[in-house]
Design a protein around this ligand. Structure first.
Ligand SMILES: Cc1cc2nc3c(=O)[nH]c(=O)nc-3n(C[C@H](O)[C@H](O)[C@H](O)COP(=O)(O)OP(=O)(O)OC[C@H]3O[C@@H](n4cnc5c(N)ncnc54)[C@H](O)[C@@H]3O)c2cc1C
Length: 819
């Protein structure tokens, strides 16, 4: 039997890259169908100016871009370039932007891209059209450059065709054929094209294509302005028709602008205008030419006018220039700015790869090819997976509002904790009313409102013992932070605190096949007594950590799984047998959870219950059905913060009463409500990892310091074969715990770490450790950097000395938590 029959919808930069990647791996029954004429279909790619700036805050997105650059550099069409590596220059006209460029340079270093922050003079030397008086400096990345997207499409089409792929233009897909939950082909006016796998690479048409099989594709088509000037005298004679450009591509984020050369003219892209959502039913029809395409709307000069004035200020040569052409070009935006990759939850074999820039196109195509052929991608894709969104985030109103906001903020300086301003209050826990009464400072995550600290605890800051007083923070790390977090951490370690754990995803897995499913999908022993709780990992076939889970066995056939989000739900559903022997249910919204933690937790809860909470009767990592103040509760003796205590689960309707009874009794024990800021600090002191930040599918459990959660002796499970022979002693890199030597400089994550003066890793999670009185940072480092190793963390433009220390920093003997 040959390879599966694959139909790719869309012959833009994504579809053609995918055809190339699949055929390169030997899949030769690939058909690419496009509604437009080939090779210039009229989609976004056909007119893309093709600037490729690789650096982002995301390791994955940067890696997708880096691969795209490498691949495009290797392509040509009849001797003409597909990637012109002119370099990329982002300039700063404000001090805040200059600081931001240092932060971006840090990301580049973390992800292995060479970049330098340079002064204004050097910027002008690289790009002489710049006004030296306007700029303070820039970030220069030599390996950035220009992709000739339309030519890449030609190169890849030819290559894929030479390996057997078929390209069919002027053929619109009007339906997706499927049977028994599996895709069987695509319908066109000319008939059905049969397929075992269909991949929609339909760009901004993606939502319409998804709708053909009822799949939500959360993207919004938005118009974005691009204009070209007439000839600029300063550019005459500099470039040939062949080279097109010689100066670095240029970004002026302070005014939402970017620039490139088109031989002797300048191209200008602007995000400075109002968001312009596009209703696809109003797209221009007619013959597709270089100047008339469905993805090109009429240029609205009045929207460009303020940007044009800013262009002249940055590039004085434009004072006397005039605009020649312009258009409002359409492409996709998403609620969080990431691309959308994944398979339909309902129709097996129907995949999407959409909301992808030219910049990331080859990387995304390679990842999708790996997913289709190998079942997993070598890169961590959790920020790209279409299933990362919660139900509430798939609503078209939500998609529209958040995607437009992303357009507005595309070049803004955004703090890692900066919450959306709108929409808010989409999901609130049953404790919300009480939290508001206590002055909660809410931040938002996946639609949930989560308290970060409580103003009601402000008075406690003055009561903090001297050793608990937090040091002053710099302006950046002080944003979305309050010293109240120190008081909340102190009270957790010395009295007792309530933490709202409701937003953490809870999945109930039940039925006669539940145990076998969990045994297969996780690294731990699941066949334990009823009431046992197990911290375990779900791995991929390569032994990479796809999630960490807390599994409580509540009855013979019922397990409650504390998970990391919708991706886990999607995974468990896909992996479940289809014979009805297992039910996988998201119970997050119907239930709620209070983490009751602190040395007083037992006295408090015991006073409210006839059940026995003593250490002998209710051991660490055990679960029990109990009543607390009359409220039916599933109590689990677990603690993310490293203190004695329980996670108390009840149904949503009982939540507020549970809070109230604990609160009333807790007054005698000095109870407080505490937020995520204290939580993060306490969890890092205890060395608890956060999946997605600290480890992903790119890391094995031993590297991540989670080897203790792997039970090779339990027999085969997904990932077990790949871990054969791997141990703590064989790994070459490790998630290491650092403390900052000066005792006060707090970093926030993603900063590069230097060992012996050379970049050696990056920070994953960080916080001030209030109990230990020092900033903590977890970082990926070579395994050779053992305890005591001296390193430096780059924070903006400075290097902060730090030391690798033994972990956990608090209660390594587990006395507090186990007694
Ligand atoms: C003005 C502008 C400037 C940009 N600048 C840059 C830049 O500098 N750098 C960068 O990285 N990105 C840039 N982008 C974004 C980039 O152009 C797009 O993200 C990228 O081209 C999308 O590629 P694609 O293959 O997903 O989509 P497309 O190129 O739009 O391809 C999708 C294809 O699907 C086909 N299709 C849709 N529905 C059907 C159907 N029912 N049946 C058959 N075929 C169908 C369409 O005809 C189309 O050819 C810019 C976008 C615009 C608008």
């Amino acid at each position: 039997m040959g390879s599966p029959r694959v139909v790719i919808i869309g012959a833009g930069i994504v579809g053609t890259n995918l055809a190339d990647e699949l055929t390169a791996r030997g899949w030769d029954r690939v058909t690419v169908i496009d509604q437009g004429p080939l090779p210039f279909t009229g989609g976004s790619t056909s007119h893309a100016p093709g600037l490729v700036f690789q650096t982002t805050a995301s390791k994955t997105m940067t890696a997708l871009a880096t691969y795209t650059v490498e691949k495009f550099l290797s392509l040509e069409v009849d001797g003409q370039w597909c990637f012109n590596q002119v370099g990329g220059l982002e300039v700063a006209t404000t001090e805040a932007r200059l600081a931001e460029l240092h932060r971006r340079q840090g990301w580049a270093t973390s992800w292995g891209v060479a970049g330098r922050v340079i002064d204004a003079q050097e910027c002008v030397k690289l790009h002489p059209l710049l006004d030296p008086a306007r700029i303070l400096g820039g970030l220069y990345v030599e390996s950035d450059g220009l992709a000739k997207a339309a030519r890449v499409v030609v190169a890849l089409t030819r290559r894929a065709e030479s390996r057997g792929a078929v390209f069919q233009g002027s053929t619109k897909v009007i339906g997706i054929e499927h049977s028994a939950g599996k895709v069987t082909g695509v319908a066109t006016a000319a008939g059905v094209v049969p397929a075992d796998i269909v991949v929609s690479c339909g760009g901004f048409w993606g939502a319409d294509l998804g709708a053909l099989i009822g799949m939500d594709v959360p993207l919004l088509p938005l118009a974005h302005q691009y204009a070209k000037t007439h000839q600029i005298p300063e550019l005459v004679g500099r470039n040939t028709e062949l080279s097109e450009a010689g100066f670095p591509i240029l970004r002026h984020q302070d005014q939402d602008l970017y620039f490139r050369e088109h031989v002797d003219r300048l191209g200008i892209g602007s995000y400075a205008h109002r968001p312009m959502p596009v209703d696809l039913s109003t797209l221009p029809g007619g013959e597709i030419t270089a100047d008339a395409m469905p993805s090109m709307l009429t240029f609205t000069e009045e929207d460009f006018a303020p940007a044009w004035e800013q262009c002249k200020k940055l590039l004085p040569c434009l004072e006397t220039a005039t605009l020649d052409t312009g258009f409002n070009g359409i492409f996709s935006f998403t609620p969080d700015g990431g691309p959308l990759i994944g398979e339909s939850p309902d129709v097996a074999g129907f995949w999407i790869a959409e909301a992808v820039w030219v910049t990331h196109s080859a990387g995304v195509a390679r990842a999708v090819a790996q997913l289709l052929i190998d079942g997993r991608s070598e890169l961590d894709l959790h920020g790209c997976d279409v299933h990362r969104f919660e139900e509430v985030q798939l609503d078209p109103g939500y998609v529209s509002e958040t995607s437009q906001q992303n357009f507005v903020e595309i070049y803004d300086i955004l703090h890692p904790l900066q919450p959306k301003e709108s929409p808010r209050n989409l999901r609130v826990s049953p404790f919300h009313a009480r939290q508001r009464e206590l002055g909660a400072m809410f931040l938002e995550n996946h639609g949930w409102e989560r308290p970060h600290w409580f103003e009601a605890n402000a008075a406690l800051v003055d009561q903090l013992p001297a050793e608990w007083q937090p040091p002053a923070r710099d302006e950046w790390s002080a944003m979305f932070h309050s010293p109240i977090a120190a008081a909340e951490a102190w009270r957790t370690r010395t009295a007792v605190a309530l933490y709202d754990m409701t937003p953490l995803t809870r999945i109930e897995i039940s039925g006669p096949g539940a145990l076998a499913l969990l045994e297969r999908l996780t690294t731990g022993k699941m066949d334990k007594s009823i009431g046992s709780v197990t911290y375990t990992l779900a791995l991929n076939d390569a032994g990479g950590v796809r999630s960490d889970l807390t599994v409580a066995r509540l009855s013979e056939d019922t397990f409650q799984v504390g998970a990391n989000g919708n991706l886990d739900l999607d995974y468990f559903r896909r992996q479940s047998p289809h014979d009805g022997s297992v039910s996988v249910r998201d119970i997050t919204g119907a239930t709620c959870c209070i983490g009751l933690w602190g040395p007083q937790a037992r006295d408090l809860v015991q006073a409210l219950s006839l059940d026995d909470f003593s250490n002998e009767s209710f051991k660490y990592f055990r679960a029990k059905k109990v009543r607390i103040g009359g409220v039916p509760v599933t109590a689990m003796r677990l603690s993310y913060v490293g203190e004695l205590g329980w996670e108390l689960y009840t149904s949503a309707d009982n939540g507020q009463r549970l809070w109230d009874v604990l609160w009333a009794e807790g007054q005698r024990h000095g109870i407080i409500a505490a937020g995520r800021a204290a939580f993060n600090s306490l969890r890092l002191e205890k060395g608890y990892r956060s999946w997605g930040a600290d480890m992903t599918t790119e890391h094995n459990p031993y590297e991540a310091g989670l080897g203790f959660a792997v039970r090779p002796q339990k027999g085969a499970f997904i990932g077990s074969a790949a871990l054969a022979g791997v141990s703590d002693d064989t790994v070459t890199r490790r998630l290491a715990c650092l403390t900052v030597d000066d005792g006060q400089s707090v970093v926030l994550g993603h900063e590069p770490v230097f060992l012996d003066g050379a970049p050696a890793g990056y920070v994953t999670s960080a916080a001030f450790g209030h109990t230990v009185g020092a900033p903590i940072a977890y970082a990926w480092l070579p395994a050779t950097a053992g305890v005591g190793a001296q390193v430096e963390i780059q924070y903006f433009d400075r290097r902060i000395p730090a030391t690798v220390v033994a972990e956990p920093l608090v209660d390594p003997e587990m006395k507090k938590i186990r007694s």
